[in-house]
Design a protein around this ligand. Structure first.
Ligand code: AMP
Ligand code: ZN
Length: 113
């Protein structure tokens, strides 16, 4: 997608602090961290939001969750973590390339509010 911030980060056109990468997934540090550990985990292929997941592209989302389990081990998040997806306006989504916030290293409140 030509004008997508996270497609540009995935392509290396905009710099990011890389945490994990494989052929399908990139994880990088959030520029406005909400926890001591806050990664943004994206499929490299553009999917606009959770609302656009289909039988044809859901493998990309599965790859994201496979990566999250690897990142948790890589980053020693043995105390636990939270995975958040914001979808659409009421969900608070500001970047329209599906992404999963991986938050850790503090006690995360529940319900989130
Ligand atoms: P959301 O509100 O769920 O769409 O989340 C978008 C997230 O992307 C926010 O937490 C932002 O801080 C983060 N973000 C925006 N631009 C960048 C960037 N250039 N590098 C890293 N994180 C970013
Ligand atoms: Zn994109």
């Amino acid at each position: 997608m030509a004008d997508c911030l996270f497609c540009k980060i995935a392509a290396g056109e905009i710099p990011s602090t890389k945490i994990y990468e494989d052929e399908a997934v990139l994880a990088f540090a959030d520029i406005d961290p909400q926890a001591p550990f806050h990664a943004i985990v994206i499929p490299k292929k553009h999917i606009g939001s959770a609302d656009e997941i289909t039988a044809e592209n859901s493998v990309e989302v599965a790859r994201v969750f496979e990566a999250i389990a690897k990142i948790a081990k890589q980053e020693n998040l043995e105390k636990g973590y939270r995975v958040v997806n914001n979808c659409g306006e009421d969900g608070g989504q500001t970047v329209h390339h599906i992404h999963f916030h991986l938050l850790a290293r503090r006690n995360l409140a529940w319900p989130p509010g």
